[in-house]
Design a protein around this ligand. Structure first.
Ligand SMILES: O=C(O)CCC(=O)C(=O)O
Ligand SMILES: [Fe+2]
Length: 310
């Protein structure tokens, strides 16, 4: 039962009576904090076209991609390499290249996005719009799964959340046993929707000290709960440790769409989930403080939410 991750069909979302769906989501959030969704409403051709476009972007000559290379994290549109270390300090080389930029409201910065491949802006915008709708659905189901009003989580994350994307490109690696694509980590935001390139595995999630492989399923998307969700739910929902491994033969591509609070948003266990039996296990903080702690732990296997434990 614990050796694979759930695949949840979102088709009943529009039914009046979606109790079974809420229950499945709630179970998956409490158990692993990661699940795949099908019939999620994001058209398959939009997903496919974007992944092919991203592949074309990473295949551009170095000089063209170099325009976006930076070590300055405050840049909105950037390519960088991750160097953080895991508990397994032997595997520290990150065999990946990451391209990141905001994804909503997309009209505000479309002009900063690459104009090569020529379709990039249009294709990315179409995908971003669909993912926005899906995030909303998932957050509503997750609120209900905690026994709360369906708009609770959306409201708690406030009016101007921070939406940014991260495309991870992992070239084939001659010695995959010596490297990591992306070392073990928790997503620090609130929620992630991840798309994996069809046919190439690499994502793994940790459960009970063991790594479970999350194979791509054509047309499915992976939902990953991030740290703020664990804190808001007072530990009822889990933010899973996950990583990406490399392989010898095939390049791999994944695209994470993050939903983060804004710097000023106050995050802490939701009042309705706290009582004498379940006292808060995290103190409240502004998201800005969380990010400061994240940067303070640079170069280590980060344990950010632990710093906010009571
Ligand atoms: O490549 C993957 O499957 C994992 C990516 C990931 O965890 C991330 O971008 O935060
Ligand atoms: Fe991640």
């Amino acid at each position: 039962m614990h050796s694979s991750i759930s695949i949840i069909d979102l088709k009943p979302y529009n039914d009046e009576c979606k109790n079974g769906l809420v229950e499945d989501i709630s179970k998956a959030c409490k158990h692993l904090g990661m699940f795949q969704v099908i019939n999620h409403g994001v058209p398959y051709d939009i997903c496919q076209t974007l992944m092919v476009t991203l592949q074309e972007f990473f295949d551009l000559p170095y000089e063209e991609r170099a325009l976006f290379f930076t070590q300055d994290h405050s840049k909105l549109v950037k390519i960088f390499n991750y160097y953080f270390k895991g508990d397994d300090q032997r595997k520290v080389s990150m065999w990946s290249e990451t391209f990141s930029h905001p994804w909503h409201p997309i009209e505000d910065f479309t002009h900063h996005l690459p104009n090569n491949p020529p379709q990039y802006r249009e294709v990315f915008s179409a995908y971003a719009k669909e993912i926005g709708t899906l995030m909303n659905k998932v957050l509503r189901l997750m609120s209900k799964g905690l026994g709360l009003e369906e708009d609770t989580l959306v409201k708690r994350l406030e009016e101007r959340p921070n939406f940014y994307s991260q495309a991870n490109y992992y070239p084939p690696c001659p010695e995959p046993e010596l490297t990591m694509g992306l070392n073990e980590h928790n997503d620090i935001t609130a929620l992630t929707i991840l798309q994996q390139f069809d046919g190439v595995s690499g994502l793994q999630v940790k459960y009970d000290g063991k790594w479970i492989q999350v194979d791509p399923i054509p047309g499915a998307l992976v939902i990953i709960l991030a740290d703020q969700m664990q804190v808001l739910s007072n530990g009822i929902y889990k933010s899973p440790i996950h990583r990406a491994v490399t392989n010898k033969l095939l390049p791999r591509l994944s695209l994470a769409m993050f939903y983060a609070p804004n710097d000023e948003t106050l995050i802490g266990p939701i009042e309705n989930l706290i009582n004498e039996e379940y006292p808060p296990i995290y103190r409240s903080y502004k998201y800005k403080e969380y990010m400061e702690e994240f940067y303070r732990q640079v170069g280590k296997r980060r344990k950010v939410k632990e710093a906010f434990q009571i």
